[in-house]
Design a protein around this ligand. Structure first.
Ligand SMILES: [Zn+2]
Length: 389
């Protein structure tokens, strides 16, 4: 196993994802699934499903427990660095255990998006529209900045904050502190980290996008601009930027989630076993695609251009398929699962144990899946299934 892991919390089961008061939401806090993906192979190497009852009924503690279980499973010294969704409890725990961590860009931007949205609600008319516009541009700008900085966190911060000059129509400036270049008197409490931002390398905008320069400059006195500035002026915000990991890490996690959602649709409630097995199926599916990719079995079937909303630009996409040779097993698997269910009829499958999550009390199917999702050769003897392995 590589020493770099990507930990992802099941987004559709996290508390903050849905604010609508519907069935999905009521159930959403019952379970939390934390997946670990290997950054090199992009395969899901393990996942842990946590039930609320394991954290004394407190759903906000489930994520940390899931992460802890994953570390326990691998051994804490076996995981070198992790890229995570920001969660304060998880961060504190990683610090305590001296694990190197970075933040997932996609999730970070989603959080920024939420904060901006909350402010948008407070505004009306032109200012409302302006804040929406600035918010969208800011998030795109963060993506571009992080990509451009290629791991240099200092450069990333300079690029990100150049946004606040750019939107005012300032595209070049002298080497100086940000607070010397813009009016910060409207900010309620200027963070230390914000005060310290210094344009030591970056003295002009990143843009090659001509359209951006044609956008009418924003007035520094506008509520929308001041609101944006307020949001980014605290030290934690600056610190988080320094920990952002390039976007490509997250794109495959999103892809995995999109596969998983086929097996465990958001709006449905599953019991622990059902959810666990659905997750396993999605891992089998996802990992088989990565395997095919790694072995060069996927052939390109089409090239096409599409407009990426996230990136705000046209991109080329390649459609690939591996053909029937590695898709056939999925149909086989699904038809067998369906046949098994029809045979069993309604209700819970017989596991001869309770609905309680019990790590030791596994069953044949789980063992079978365990073996397939396990990439560590030394521990393939966990299975007691009837296959002669
Ligand atoms: Zn500019």
């Amino acid at each position: 196993m590589s020493d770099t892991e990507y930990m992802d919390t099941d987004p559709e089961l996290s508390d903050e994802e849905d604010t609508q008061e519907d069935a999905a939401d009521r159930f959403s806090a019952e379970f939390c699934n934390v997946s670990a993906l290997d950054i090199r192979t992009k395969k899901v190497v393990t996942f842990q499903q946590v039930h609320k009852s394991e954290t004394g009924g407190v759903s906000t503690r489930m994520e940390l427990l899931g992460v802890q279980k994953i570390f326990t499973e691998f051994g804490i010294d076996q995981i070198g660095k992790v890229c995570i969704d920001k969660n304060l409890q998880v961060v504190a725990w990683l610090k305590q255990n001296e694990v190197e961590y970075s933040f997932d860009l996609w999730h970070n931007c989603r959080n920024i998006n939420k904060k901006i949205k909350a402010q948008v609600k407070k505004l009306d008319g032109e200012e409302k529209e302006l804040l929406k516009n600035l918010g969208r541009r800011f998030i795109l700008h963060i993506y571009r900045s992080i990509e451009n900085a290629a791991g240099d966190s200092d450069l990333a911060v300079q690029h990100v904050y150049s946004f606040f000059l750019h939107v005012l129509g300032i595209h070049e400036w002298r080497k100086s502190k940000l607070i010397e270049l813009i009016d910060v008197s409207s900010i309620q409490k200027v963070g230390k980290g914000f005060k310290a931002i210094q344009f030591s390398n970056v003295t002009s905008c990143l843009h090659d996008e001509a359209d951006d320069t044609f956008t009418k400059p924003v007035q520094p006195t506008s509520t929308a601009y001041k609101t944006m500035l307020q949001l980014v002026s605290n030290t934690p915000f600056v610190d988080d930027l320094r920990r952002l990991k390039e976007g490509n890490v997250t794109s495959f996690v999103e892809s995995y989630n999109s596969v998983r959602i086929h097996y465990a649709p958001k709006r449905k409630f599953y019991k622990a076993r059902g959810l666990e097995m659905r997750t396993m199926l999605s891992i089998l599916d996802w990992n088989s695609i990565q395997d095919a990719e790694l072995h060069g079995l996927r052939t390109e079937t089409a090239h096409y251009q599409y407009f990426s909303k996230a990136k705000g630009e046209a991109r080329m996409k390649t459609k690939k398929t591996g053909g029937a040779q590695f898709d056939q097993w999925k149909r086989e698997l699904v038809s067998r699962v369906v046949a098994k269910k029809i045979e069993h009829g309604l209700g819970e499958p017989n596991f001869h144990d309770d609905e309680e999550i019990d790590g030791d009390d596994t069953h044949e199917i789980a063992n079978y899946f365990d073996e397939i999702v396990n990439f560590d050769n030394s521990s393939s003897d966990v299975s007691d299934s009837d296959d002669n392995e």
